[in-house]
Design a protein around this ligand. Structure first.
Ligand code: SAM
Length: 246
């Protein structure tokens, strides 16, 4: 059984209420980090971010960028090194600790007012702040509003039944100037259940279309060996730019 299949099987077998499914999912992600089954992690900045960061930043200096379900992505350090403040949200403390240790960044762990089940890991210069909690426990009351959002393997890691709840959290952090870059994924969903869950343009439209404008701005074939071994014949990352409707 592949690492992706382990998680989806656990989620699909249970007939318990949503809350229980959610915490079981969190448990599975933690196990995955503990066992080092993290092939989603890229050892470099994502190509679509490197190509489209100007669109995300839009000429602004020192902006606040949200990374939902951040893992230990190098995209955070890359943008922090450019003078921006990054706000990550991640449920695994292993991922967060690895991020700081592997990047040689000193940090402290601090209490967060209003966050019952969580804390924040902060670099000494406060430019990198990673909240250890479920994304569903985050709101603008805790992190305020953000200028930009980088969503790679976050929306597509959320179970389809929880997409609207995820949307509400994300939208609560946005204002009229927030630029939200989301990578959707297109593949043959009959090959295997998620995560990643099938998240093509129609899913992005169904989830966000009533509230946000959606523009496709990039695309990248991502048929890596692990997808081929699973039986995929195509696997495409599609980059969308979303912003609040006027
Ligand atoms: C597919 S990985 C993507 C990580 C990162 N965005 C990247 O590009 O490498 C999804 C991450 O979300 C975390 N995660 C899963 N469910 C979560 C939740 N409800 N709240 C916060 N983090 C979550 C997992 O631990 C995992 O690190």
């Amino acid at each position: 059984m592949t690492e992706e299949q382990t998680i989806s099987v656990c989620c699909e077998r249970t007939s318990n209420p949503v809350q229980k499914v959610q915490s079981r999912t969190v448990e599975k992600w933690n196990e995955r980090w503990e066992e080092g089954k993290t092939s989603f992690h890229l050892p470099h900045v994502h190509k679509l971010l490197a190509e489209h960061s100007k669109t995300l930043i839009n000429g602004r200096k020192g902006i606040k960028i949200l990374f939902p379900l951040c893992g230990k992505t190098m995209d955070m350090k890359w943008l922090a090194d450019q003078g921006h403040t990054v706000i990550g949200v991640e449920i695994s403390n292993i991922a967060i600790q690895q991020f700081f240790v592997e990047n040689n960044i000193e940090y402290t762990i601090n209490h967060v007012d209003g966050l019952v089940k969580g804390e924040v890991y902060q670099s000494n210069d406060r430019r990198i702040q990673i909240y250890i909690c479920s994304i569903f426990d985050i709101s603008s009351d805790i992190i305020g509003q953000v200028d930009a959002i980088w969503d790679r393997a976050a929306f597509s890691a959320i179970m389809p039944s929880e997409r609207e709840k995820y949307r509400d959290v994300i939208i609560s952090t946005m204002n009229a100037y927030t630029r939200y870059c989301l990578i959707g994924v297109d593949f043959d969903p009959s090959v295997k259940p998620g995560p990643p869950y099938h998240a093509p343009e129609v899913a992005v439209e169904q989830t966000f279309g009533a509230h946000l404008t959606i523009e496709k701005i990039g695309e990248m074939a991502d048929l890596r060996e692990k997808w081929v071994k699973m039986g995929h014949k195509y696997f495409t990352d599609i980059l969308f730019l979303l912003s609040l409707k006027a």
